[in-house]
Design a protein around this ligand. Structure first.
Ligand code: GAL
Length: 175
């Protein structure tokens, strides 16, 4: 169950294996802050070097300062077609909570507690073996949760998770 333990204050770029792959009902939570001068950052769910889900907030469109969010997948080095949202719940310089819920048909993505987007599966979610986060962002927490009782994380990890939420300046890393 080690792979389900939350990671506090990880350095960016961040990567972590997801042993056993994703499961229906699993939630990935990423808390962080967009750097004030960010051009972009990304959260990738990957299968080896293929990107099964790429969530990519960007802050410029050509020469215009403009926040939007790109969603895409990449197979064998080739990017697929983008699904974009022409708004951003991740403004530069601000803290955010991004949650990705795995469902049978899609990833349901929420930001700061509100539904934001949905990305229908193009590649099997069961094959995802790692998470990568890179770009101009700092992270306070990356956590994994599975709602099925037999997959629940040990109580201790939730206690430290909630303690951390109340004291986000603590930068312990539990790997
Ligand atoms: C490309 C960019 C990649 C990725 C992709 C998404 O232009 O180089 O990093 O964001 O778009 O479609």
């Amino acid at each position: 169950m080690n792979q389900l333990l939350p990671v506090f204050g990880p350095r960016v770029p961040f990567s972590k294996p997801i042993q056993g792959g994703l499961k229906d009902g699993m939630t990935i939570t990423v808390c962080g802050r967009v750097l004030p001068n960010a051009d972009r950052f990304h959260v990738n769910l990957q299968r080896n070097s293929d990107v099964v889900l790429h969530i990519n907030p960007r802050y410029t469109w050509f020469w215009i300062s403009y926040g939007y969010v790109v969603h895409n997948s990449c197979q064998n080095g080739t990017w697929d077609w983008e699904e974009n949202k022409s708004e951003t719940p991740f403004p530069r310089g601000q803290t955010f909570t991004l949650q990705i819920v795995v469902t049978q048909d899609s990833y349901k993505i929420s930001a700061n507690g509100k539904p934001f987007s949905e990305y229908k599966h193009r590649m099997p979610f069961q094959n995802v073996d790692s998470i990568f986060i890179g770009g101009m962002v700092e992270l306070s927490l990356v956590a994994f949760q599975h709602l099925a009782p037999h997959h629940a994380a040990p109580l201790g990890s939730f206690v430290s998770y909630f303690k951390h939420l109340h004291n986000p300046t603590t930068h312990n890393s539990h790997k």
